[in-house]
Write a protein that binds this ligand. Structure first.
Ligand code: PLP
Length: 443
């Protein structure tokens, strides 16, 4: 078959054969998908030649920006030498060895071992098994429940989707047992009248403690959360939230899992979001920014005290064909080289992060904007018909979707979560590009 050339022909082919993720494919086919053909820096180009500012780093992943020849070369070289081998059954390979050691250096000191996967969802499936295995080996088999948060997103496999707190996903699929969801620290949307951010942060964090008490500490295995909830709406918690959660996790016999699939690799202005908020997780979940999306790869870092127990348990009956794929590990190593050489994490903390925050916060003055949080290079705009009374639009999500679609027509990619617009641009974005991004968002 020869591939048709015009946009209309390509769209027709897509409509005939492609079921799109998280989409109403029928509606999409009537409208026609936009076909992205190339990209450079923070800019995408579509099949009609439009240049689109990618305010979302793809799906929160292209941290070093598009068009990095160095990653392309590293992958090509690795593919010529060893395109595939696995890390099961007494074998390994150099890219996996080197990347595992590099991640031990980059992550907080309690982490020295990684379990490789192919994605964030696979990583969180791995976490469920690891956590349960840990307590089985410790002869506490009743400890099975994982506490998560409403509107959390931890992936879309059956298990990771159950761990997440998105009811539209639960409604369409079986959910696994022993996952319980508590409130998210969404001050703007869920605080009581007159409650300060710190009071709200403490109250929301203490839902963890009361849930442990209600269900019994002997049944709770772990708490999982993103440092900043991403797909749930870029929920930046009040300052009191994380210290209180950290206290509860320390005092109770539960593991703390930080899902850093979005917040990892510089997004919040530290290498990992747990460092930004001063927490000390036992398990750290990664994907996306580990390769800047150039190749699919995920990983689960496990703290030494957990590893010490797991190593007593013999075989761990779990793994993926592509766990630690050599070409993906090579992409990750080249990606990390770029991040270190160009000091991209420091750039987010000291330069582009504060610059974007200053520009972005001016949008909070707009009559339709309830709040405009920004931390590092991830932020949101809460759209509301009444910013004083903090009310929501009657048809939740409609205005957000319209605004997102208008923005996309205007060649800025933002995401809509209900009526919150989200941005998370590549860490290499320039001041001029930030000005352009904010101008398009304002429009
Ligand atoms: N965890 C978080 C926090 C995410 O945001 C995502 C994806 O957006 C995932 C897990 C799932 O990752 P993947 O899509 O690579 O399976």
């Amino acid at each position: 078959m020869t591939l048709p050339k015009t946009t209309a022909e390509l769209r027709a082919l897509d409509a005939a054969h492609h079921l799109h993720p998280f989409s109403d494919t029928k509606a999409l086919n009537e409208e026609g998908s936009r076909i992205i053909v190339k990209a450079d820096g923070v800019w995408l180009t579509d099949s009609d030649g439009n240049r689109i500012l990618d305010g979302m780093s793809g799906l929160w992943c292209v941290n070093v920006g598009y068009g990095r020849e160095e990653i392309v070369e590293a992958v090509a070289t690795q593919m010529r030498e060893l395109p595939y081998y696995n890390t099961f059954f007494k074998t390994t390979h150099k890219p996996a060895i080197e990347l595992a050691a590099r991640l031990a250096e980059l992550t907080p000191p309690q982490f020295n071992r990684v379990f490789f996967t192919g994605s964030g969802s696979e990583s969180n499936d791995t976490v469920i098994k690891l956590v349960r295995r840990y307590f089985d080996i410790k002869e506490q088999p009743k400890k099975k429940i994982i506490i998560s948060r409403r509107n959390a997103y931890h992936g879309s496999t059956v298990a990771a989707g159950s761990l997440g707190g998105m009811s539209p996903m639960h409604d369409q699929s079986a959910v696994i047992a022993d996952v319980v969801h508590i409130a998210q620290p969404y001050f703007w949307g869920e605080a009581r009248q007159g409650e300060t951010p710190d009071e709200f942060g403490l109250r929301t964090a203490r839902a963890l403690e009361s849930t442990i008490d209600a269900l019994g500490e002997d049944r709770i295995a772990a708490f999982i959360a993103e440092p900043i909830q991403g797909a749930g709406g870029v929920i930046v918690p009040p300052a009191s939230y994380w210290p209180e959660i950290a206290r509860i996790c320390r005092e109770r016999d539960i593991l703390f899992i930080s899902d850093e699939v979005i917040c990892g690799f510089g997004r919040t202005g530290s290498w990992f979001g747990c460092e930004t908020f001063g927490t000390e997780p036992d398990i750290l979940v990664m994907a996306k920014g580990i390769t800047s999306g150039y190749m699919p790869l995920g990983g689960v870092m496990v703290a030494d005290r957990v590893v010490d127990v797991l190593l007593q348990g013999g075989d761990f009956n779990h793994g993926y064909t592509y766990s630690g794929h050599p070409a993906a590990c090579a992409a990750a190593l080249a990606n990390l080289d770029i991040m270190l050489r160009e000091k991209l994490v420091e750039r987010v903390a000291n330069d582009v992060g504060p610059y974007l925050k200053a520009q972005w916060s001016t949008l909070a003055e707009h009559p339709l904007v309830g709040e405009a949080p920004m931390m590092g290079l991830v932020g949101a705009l809460e759209l509301t018909p009444d910013k004083i009374g903090r009310t929501k639009f009657a048809d939740v999500g409609k205005v957000g979707t319209m605004a997102r679609d208008f923005s996309f027509q205007n060649n800025l990619v933002m995401r809509a979560v209900r009526d919150r617009l989200i941005i998370a641009p590549p860490l290499v974005i320039s001041h001029g590009e930030i000005d352009e991004l904010v101008a398009r968002a304002r429009k």
